[in-house]
Design a protein around this ligand. Structure first.
Ligand SMILES: [Zn+2]
Length: 280
């Protein structure tokens, strides 16, 4: 049984001290593919280094909406150069986030030191990156929080990659799944949705077309509920719980149980979807 993680940040500096152990745990879990997403030009070299070291790492490069406000002036040239040098690479993590503007606490440690770019600035940076993805037919991995209408509107008017795009950790309304799927979207189920308190997010996934379903960890972010977690890591330097990427197997088991499907058929389904979007 081989597993595929549609979205993580294995290059994260918080995982670095544990990387050898994590890689061994992932090998035991029989990881066959993982899309590792850079979020700012500063972390792209670390993603690239992992793709050189591990054959199962698929690199993806982008400027995340949280990093949009602090992007360097030459970010787009650097992205174009990086993509030109790496034909297998995809585009992401990119997207739109209204939560950082409207709901995030001023002292949220995850946003420390970041200028929170207004939505029109985020949209400009997002569409420039979508255009690069469309031009070379690279998959776009998209983050969206509290901006579902704006995202749909943007995707409806932008050129999109023919191979499709990923709405990672999909948390939008069930009724928008159809319109997004019509635009080529895949939807990845995140392990944190196994939390009993996140029933609404879990239920939404019953409406995802089977040929558009993917599974992700977003590690080191979005930990599973402690009861479902098989692998743990020490807390991050800021004291938050960290998600070990090898918890991917537990996410598969949890989703299969929730959907009432045999694990083997979910594994095969996700493998076919992952390959269609990211490797074919
Ligand atoms: Zn992410």
């Amino acid at each position: 049984m081989t597993l595929h993680d549609a979205h993580n940040h294995l290059h994260d500096e918080w995982l670095l001290p544990h990387l050898n152990r994590i890689a061994a745990d992932l090998a035991d879990a029989v990881i066959a593919g993982a899309v590792v997403n850079g979020t700012t030009p500063d972390d792209w070299p670390a993603v690239s280094a992992l793709a050189t070291r591990f054959a199962w790492v698929i690199p993806s490069y982008g400027v995340h909406p949280w990093d949009c406000g602090n992007r360097p002036a030459d970010w787009l040239d650097r992205l174009e150069a990086r993509l030109a040098a790496e034909p297998r690479a995809h585009v992401g993590e990119i997207g739109l986030d209204r939560w950082i503007l409207d709901r995030a606490k001023p002292d949220d440690p995850r946003l420390a030191g970041l200028r929170r770019a207004p939505l029109d600035e985020q949209t400009e940076v997002f569409t420039a990156q979508l255009a690069l993805a469309a031009q070379d037919n690279r998959a776009a991995s998209i983050h969206c929080i509290d901006a579902w209408g704006a995202l749909l509107e943007t995707l409806r008017t932008a050129p999109l990659p023919a191979r499709g795009l990923l709405l990672h950790a999909y948390a939008g309304p069930e009724e928008m799944i159809g319109p997004f799927a019509d635009l080529g979207a895949y939807f990845s189920f995140n392990g944190s949705y196994l939390d009993p308190k996140r029933a609404r997010l879990r239920e939404t996934f019953r409406a995802v077309p089977p040929d558009r379903l993917l599974i992700e960890t977003d590690a080191p972010a979005m930990p599973l509920p402690a009861a479902a977690e098989k692998f743990s890591l020490p807390p991050s330097p800021t004291g938050t719980r960290m998600n070990h990427p090898a918890n991917l197997a537990a996410v598969y088991r949890g989703l299969a149980a929730f959907l009432g499907q045999p694990l083997e058929s979910l594994v095969m389904r996700v493998e076919a979807n992952f390959q269609r979007l990211f490797t074919d």
